[in-house]
Design a protein around this ligand. Structure first.
Ligand code: TXA
Ligand code: MG
Length: 319
């Protein structure tokens, strides 16, 4: 299967494959036509650059024009793993991969199937999450099949992913690194390696977007998603009963609040890593169950919850 997948990729086709974070939609990053097929399959706007996946640090170095010392520290600490680094690209990376930016995002995924595929194909793989643009990222092969179906030549099934949300994107250009997209590896783990991070930029409505993860509505389920906190719980529970009586299908994700009874509750893990792992999978299954509305108890404010908060905020932004 890996051999066949590698052959499809070398010929310019698309292969969806598991990583430790979410499933990726892979194409030869050095082949303009193949990369254009990725944008078409996703319905992704051309200004959103793609992450390039490689087998090891050596392969990453060969694609960039500079490799600062702290890039090696991050690579040694976290690769293979859920951290993507952004550095100035070399000319061999076509502009279509980076949406015209002179920087490329690189990572070594920590999944045996992804690594075997990268080694067998012998090429860097441009691979965004394997879902239609703005939809929830896939954490199983079935999610990929439902979202992309015949738009992909082959789907490699590696079961459910471990991390459950997308990698941390770390910009290492210039003197002051910054996190462009939060993930389970946060500032606390990265600052000892790269020094103090620049404050996250509030560029939500600016152009050019430094990072497409900053598109306002992203990672969203089909159902309407609304966040609430403990002080609003009684009102939300009452509203849910009214909606249900009218035949509206309502799902609810709780972390700490008590189950009020009679509602369709999903009890989420109370640790940030466990929560992230279950988040998309839970939203996918509520979508599949036909939920129209999903009420989500806000997660805590601590730094380890930053990535989950980020994904929930984006999923709840109205269209
Ligand atoms: O976990 C992940 O990163 C998954 C798996 C498949 O590896 N991939 C993923 O790719 O999430 P995608 O295309 O859905 O997300 C692209 C993200 C953007 O949000 C942005 O932060 C960053 O990658 N990115 C890509 N190229 C960039 C560039 N040249 N400059 C800045 N950010 C870039
Ligand atoms: Mg994505």
């Amino acid at each position: 299967m890996i051999g066949r997948a590698a052959e499809i990729l070398r010929r310019g086709g698309l292969v969806a494959f598991p990583t430790e974070t979410v499933y990726g939609l892979g194409a030869n990053a050095l082949d303009i036509d193949a990369v254009e097929r990725v944008y078409a399959a996703k319905g992704r706007p051309a200004y959103n650059p793609l992450i390039v996946h490689v087998a090891d640090e050596g392969a990453a170095r060969s694609l960039v024009s500079e490799w600062p010392e702290h890039a090696s520290r991050v690579a040694r600490a976290f690769w293979p793993g859920p951290v993507t680094i952004v550095l100035r690209k070399r000319d061999l990376i076509p502009a279509v991969v980076t949406a015209g930016l002179d920087a490329v995002a690189l990572r070594v995924p920590a999944h045996p199937i992804a690594l075997a595929l990268l080694r067998a194909a012998g090429i860097p793989l441009a691979a965004p999450s394997a879902n239609r643009s703005t939809e929830l990222s896939p954490t199983t092969a079935q999610h990929v099949e439902r979202s992309l179906g015949a738009r992909v030549d082959l789907i490699l099934d590696g079961g459910p992913t471990q991390v459950g949300i997308e990698s941390t994107v770390l910009d290492l250009r210039g003197p002051r690194p910054s996190i462009l997209r939060p993930g389970i590896i946060g500032a606390r783990e990265l600052e000892p390696l790269v020094g103090p991070l620049a404050a996250p930029n509030a560029t939500r409505h600016e152009i050019p977007r430094p990072s497409p993860g900053m598109l306002d509505r992203h990672y969203a389920p089909r159902a309407r998603l609304a966040l609430f906190d403990a002080s609003e719980a009684e009102r939300i529970f009452a509203e849910t009963r009214v909606l249900m009586a009218r035949g509206v299908r309502v799902g609810m994700l709780l972390v700490h609040l008590d189950d009020p009874g009679g509602l369709e509750i999903v009890r989420m893990p109370s640790d940030a890593v466990g929560y992230a792992q279950r988040l998309y999978a839970t939203l996918h299954s509520l979508d599949e169950a036909g939920c129209d509305v999903i009420f989500v108890e806000r997660v805590p404010n601590g730094p380890e919850w930053l990535a989950a908060r980020d994904r929930l905020e984006r999923a709840s932004t109205p269209n």
